[in-house]
Design a protein around this ligand. Sequence first.
Ligand code: PLP
Length: 409
Amino acid sequence: MHTPPFDIAAVRRDFPILQLPIERPVAFLDSASSSQKPEAVIAAQAAYYRTTNANVHRGVYQLSEQATYEFERARGRVALFIHAHSAREIVFTRNTTEAINLVAHSWGGTNLSAGDVILLSQMEHHSNIVPWQLLAQRTGAILRAIPIDSSGRLILDDLDTLLKGVKLVAVTHQSNVLGTINPVHYLASKAHAVGALILVDGAQSVPHMPTDVQALGIDFLAFSGHKMLAPTGVGVLWGRKALLDAMPPFMGGGSMIKTVTIEVSTYADVPARFEAGTPMIGEAIALGHAIDYLNGIGMAKIAAYEETLGHYLLDQLAEVAGVTVYGPPIGPERAAMASFTVDCAHPHDVAQVLDSEGVAVRAGHHCTQPLHAALDIPSTARASCYLYNTTHDIDRLVDGLRKVKTLFA
Ligand code: PLP
């Protein structure tokens, strides 16, 4: 393993939970589910409640103005982080799921009708499937999915045929099970060539690699703060300004209006139009600090480090007899995660034995039942890495798997 491009020991010291002896310090390999939080982010959220707490966009008093300033500054940091043209293109949501539902309701409800096709992929998370199913039930639109090959890559040979009648392509940038990194730029150009838009589920990609929505050429991007060092309860929808401007509200209430009478309302400009009610102020501010933390290390360095960890992870898993890993080989098309089965034990038993060794992995279908159906397996165990993981965590995983083999063989 190469020398890490940043001081990994210092990074680990920034994360209080990694210092806790639960029985021994945890080897946390479940960041694809939700990441750990550094002290700087925890402190930023606490500082908001200690020093700045007030509702935003309402009060004329100092505390409220300070809270509004911090909240809007966080929006600006998000915009810069993904190379949005303006902070007005950033809508704060609860999470990726809500961001996708927002587009499905608002854009989809206005622009799709019976027979229009929404093109997904076989590897989507349920949150990039179910909102489109609900939309299809309301509008008569049709869902279609790009299939995957045995190595867990999208099969794009028949893309032109699959794109017939498509109004929206909705795909994940990075699979939360296979680790596959999809060719989003290519998919965007193909979608646009047939007059369709493209929404990208960035829940797994934005935390782990540099993201440039202009270079990707996409129309909407959804992601979650909690997978990128920020608290739960804050997520992001980015959309091209002209598209957001033309979209009707998703939810109604305070903060999203210009005028209200008992009969009718006019709506605020974006992004306020999509942020009804009091938002997640402290969480959004903390997301801004999480972005500062990631930028302080550098997303390119994080991606490079994770690639070497991914190599190590796959190499070590290949050494354990009876372990089958799903997804493509490590490289530019593969993230540092591995979903796997062990021939002698159910994934839940695997995860339980690993837990007894202080190794945290997730087991189940990972909200991807159609993908598991395509792989013809009910569930997998998944180890996923982030910037604070080391080869030692992976060694502990592999030692734990050897114990599984001894216990269940
Ligand atoms: N999309 C992908 C690829 C994910 O991995 C996840 C969460 O695991 C989601 C969407 C949903 O994220 P959230 O639960 O934060 O809305």
